[in-house]
Design a protein around this ligand. Sequence first.
Ligand SMILES: [Zn+2]
Length: 106
Amino acid sequence: MIEHEQNAEQQHPGGDLERGGEALAALAHLKSRSLEALRGRATFQPIHDQDIVPVLPCESCHDGGLRAVGRVRGRGRWQRVHACDTCGMLHLFDLPNAPPANPLHE
Ligand SMILES: [Zn+2]
């Protein structure tokens, strides 16, 4: 367990990490039309329960955390979608190294 967490932190320095399932559970109560619109995009890919995703501080309410939702493709690049579990603010972060399509190998 400890080794696993250390490895994860090395990949994402400076941020907390959680499972995709935890992020989705934290956002389950959130009612956001903007988020629903994003989820409705043709290029939207939801995160998976076992994905390791960063939790980032929300700069809008300075209270909640930005939990990962999934990612969308726009303007030729992938962006990971985060939503604040407190105020519902959406943030998109560029994923420069993401593969162009079908990144999930199951
Ligand atoms: Zn917030």
